[in-house]
Design a protein around this ligand. Structure first.
Ligand SMILES: [Zn+2]
Ligand SMILES: [Zn+2]
Length: 364
């Protein structure tokens, strides 16, 4: 009778195996593996005992971390919203931007700052302007196809120091993972070649501590660019004070905590899986069955990271040069002047003609 049957899942191929009363061994019709019933029961019990995934984070608001702005702090700051690209920048009242750091369009910085959370940490700028200017000079050196406007003195003055907003996630996580592993042996005698494949159900669990898992809080700073500027050394982060803003700007976050949590969860889950999986050794193949992570009451902090940037709009495209303000790591892209490219190509052709010509001359 159908309803007296118990159906197990084949641990090797996932197909249904039906158990009929009176049998002590079960065979999968699809992959031909045979199992003791106790093995299948133990396997299913193990899977069902896994705790459901749970990521819980404490709410982050103006009372979290180092708390809210103190009196006078906010009124000493000014901001602007760029009408061209939508970028929102904050600076201390004495540092005036004349152009938007993101799109190079003229701006006036005169709005009051409101509705912004106070950062908990800041990584101060360690790389000073003169070093960044040298780095830019090196960056454009030996690039004959670069348009003239990128070489002007004015370009170098346009490099700005910006603090980029980051959400940092601290948590103790419990991870448990189930993997499937296979070991394969081959041997032969005079008549046959034999292959023996052994299947293993592998269970791993552990507690891990994550500190300052970063998620970029700004869409204005390109994610790929920020990742290529990483790493930042978070151990050098200090408590925020508006004094760190003197001479620099701060990008106002436009990705809020709620929208950053998923990325933090994914990073934590990946790392948990990597660490647990690194202890699974000696198998020919290991496949993830499921990895569950539980985080209880993780803490979120808001921090500012130092970046020097120079954005230049050229023929409708934006080009960026950026330096990690803590480590000096430099990244950027530059345009090619098409007219110069033609001339450069013609010159290269002339050289190769000359080379061929002299080669022929030599043979004669
Ligand atoms: Zn099977
Ligand atoms: Zn702009």
């Amino acid at each position: 009778m159908a309803d007296s049957m118990i159906v197990y899942k084949c641990p090797c191929c996932g197909a249904d195996i039906q158990y009929a009363a009176g049998t002590d061994k079960l065979k999968c019709m699809y992959c031909d593996n045979e199992y003791e019933i106790s093995t299948l029961q133990g396997y299913e019990e193990g899977l069902s005992q896994q705790k459901p995934e749970n990521f819980s984070w404490k709410t982050y608001d103006e009372r979290s971390g180092n708390g809210d702005w103190s009196e006078g702090e906010l009124s000493s700051l000014k901001s602007f919203k760029c009408s061209h690209c939508g970028g929102e920048i904050i600076g201390d009242g004495s540092t005036m931007a004349s152009t938007c750091p993101y799109c190079d369009n003229p701006v006036v910085m005169n709005e009051a700052v409101e509705g912004v959370l106070r950062p908990d940490f800041v990584i101060p700028f360690k790389v000073d302007r003169s070093k960044v200017e040298k780095a830019y000079a090196n960056f454009i050196k030996g690039k004959p196809l670069l348009p003239k406007s990128f070489r002007s003195e004015n370009r170098i003055q346009n490099i700005k120091g910006i603090y980029v907003p980051f959400w940092l996630f601290d948590a103790n996580s419990t991870g448990d993972a189930h993997y499937k592993g296979t070991k394969v042996k081959h041997w032969s005698d005079s008549k046959y070649i034999y292959t023996k494949t052994e299947h293993y159900s592998i269970v791993r669990a552990g507690v891990m501590s994550f500190e300052k898992v970063p998620v970029d809080g700004s869409t204005k700073m390109d994610d790929a660019l920020m990742e290529s500027l990483e790493p930042f050394h978070y151990d050098e982060a200090v408590d925020f004070s508006t004094a760190y803003l003197a001479g620099f700007f701060a990008d106002r976050y436009d990705v809020d905590v709620a929208h950053s949590i998923d990325r933090a969860n994914a990073r934590i889950k990946n790392s948990t899986d990597e660490v647990l999986k690194s202890t699974v050794k000696g198998y020919m193949k290991v496949v993830n069955e499921n990895v569950n992570v539980q985080i209880n009451e993780g803490e979120i902090r808001y921090a500012l990271m130092p970046v020097w940037v120079c954005n230049t709009e050229y023929k409708g495209e934006n080009y960026m040069f950026a330096v990690n303000g803590q480590t000096g790591k430099t990244v950027g892209n530059l345009p090619i002047d098409k007219m110069k490219k033609l001339l450069f190509g013609a010159a290269a052709m002339a050289v190769s003609f000359a080379a061929v010509f002299s080669f022929i001359t030599f043979l004669l």
